[in-house]
Structures are given as C-alpha cells and as structure tokens.
Write a new protein. Structure first.
Ligand code: DC
Length: 228
C-alpha cells in the first residue's frame, strides 16, 4: 500500500468519454492532467512528416531516438512538442487517429514513451488517461478506472462531435473505424487495451459526463490522501 502513487489511471476505448472525463476530474481535484494518446498521435504525425512507415517499428524507434518529444499540460488538454515545436494542432484528424493506433502496436514506440509518461509523477498528483495506464505505465496507481461504452454510443458521440465542429461525418463509417481501432488496440501483443484486475469498471453508455466525473472524484478523494 505504501508504494502507491497519487495517480488516477483512466483507461478505455475511444469514445468512452475518457478524455473529457479525465480532464474534468483533473480540474476538479487540482491534479496534473496527462493525455498519453497525444504522444502516440505525435509519433504518427512525425513519422508522416519524415516518411517513416507507421508499420516499421524499428525505424519508428530510431526516429524517436533522434527527436525530443515533450508534453505539457495546456488550457484544453495537453500540448505536445517535438524538438521544441508545438505540434498539438495537427494531432486530431481521423488520419492521425489511424496512424496513432498503428504506431502504438510497436514495442519500440511504447518503450520510447515510457519514461516520459512516468516522469509526470514528479509534478505531483496526476490524472493519466490512455490504454495502458493501469496495466503498464502506472501499475501502482492509487485509483484505476476503466471507462467503457457500447460501440453504438461511442460512434454516436464522435458523430455529434464532428458535426458540432463543422466536419462532414458519416455515422456508419465512424462506427466501422471505431471497431477497427478497438480490435487493433485490444489485440496487439504489447500493452493491449484491457481492464486491469484491480480497476473499477464504469460503463458510460447511460451516464452523462458530470455523473461519471462525480463518481471518479469521490473515489479519488477516498483513496488519495497525498496532502491535498
Ligand atoms: O486516446 P487517443 O484516441 O488519443 O489515442 C490514440 C491512439 O493511441 C489509440 O488508438 C491507441 C494509442 N494509445 C495507446 O496505445 N496507449 C495509450 N496509453 C494511449 C493511446
């Protein structure tokens, strides 16, 4: 128990509400927020810019040994920098979502990002979201949450989000892409998306964001007594 980290680890598939929930939980608790998906997205973007294939783990690992990636909490989530250049604006396209899912399969990529993610604990209590926060990156997290929702609900959320931001959207297409990404993320050999044995499973299909945030904040306050 003594070696627990003051970390709220939140994992789950795309569209489970993870990002919004994690950001709000961090804000409510006054904890630092870490969006690890942004790092995998940055790797996909850099590879695209440098003509490195998303399929080539070896070359991706080499690329990462030559570039300095960093991530900083920002107003709207996390900002990612590659050799000091802020690449955050370019990380949210469907293409980069696809690339991030592909590059995240490679052990060379996962290994290269591990220390960077873990070093965040030096900033104090943390809310970290991704796919392997509870299982690999912060197995000693004081609170582990696995957020889930049915694929229909997740596709519908993404669809509304895209329409809301004025992007063209096709619900069936989004649903199919979500299924492909789930399949890739949960069947890969290294650090697959999975609910840790000691995680609390929260199905968000019939809950709104505030309900989910309230629940996690209450659990965190009960578990984490790190002087806040
Ligand atoms: O959470 P997101 O949609 O921004 O993540 C993008 C991709 O990165 C996702 O398809 C899987 C991968 N990822 C991962 O493998 N491990 C993490 N901790 C976070 C994201």
């Amino acid at each position: 128990m003594d070696d627990q980290l003051p970390v709220v680890a939140i994992d789950g598939p795309a569209g489970s509400g993870k990002s919004t929930v994690a950001r709000n939980v961090a804000r409510r608790l006054g904890y630092t927020f870490l969006d690890t998906g942004a790092l995998y997205r940055a790797v996909a973007l850099l590879a695209q810019r440098r003509n490195v294939s998303w399929e080539n783990g070896e070359q991706l690992g080499e690329m990462l040994s030559q570039v300095e990636l960093s991530i900083e909490p920002a107003e709207t989530g996390c900002a990612v920098f590659a050799d000091g250049d802020d690449v955050s604006e370019e990380l949210r396209s469907e293409e980069i979502s696809r690339g991030a899912s592909k590059v995240s399969r490679h052990p060379q990529v996962r290994q290269a990002l591990l220390d960077l993610q873990r070093s965040f604990v030096t900033r104090g209590p943390l809310v970290a979201e991704g796919r392997d926060m509870a299982t690999v990156v912060f197995p000693q997290a004081a609170l582990k949450i696995y957020l889930d929702a049915s694929v229909d609900v997740r596709a519908q959320r993404r669809y509304q989000q895209m329409l809301g931001s004025g992007q063209p959207a096709d619900l069936e297409e989004i649903r199919r892409a979500a299924q492909v990404r789930d399949q890739q993320d949960s069947t890969r050999a290294v650090a697959p998306l999975a609910c840790a044995d000691d995680a609390t499973l929260v199905d968000t299909s019939d809950l709104n964001i505030d309900q989910v945030v309230d629940k996690i904040v209450a659990l965190a306050r009960a578990r984490i007594t790190s002087g806040r």
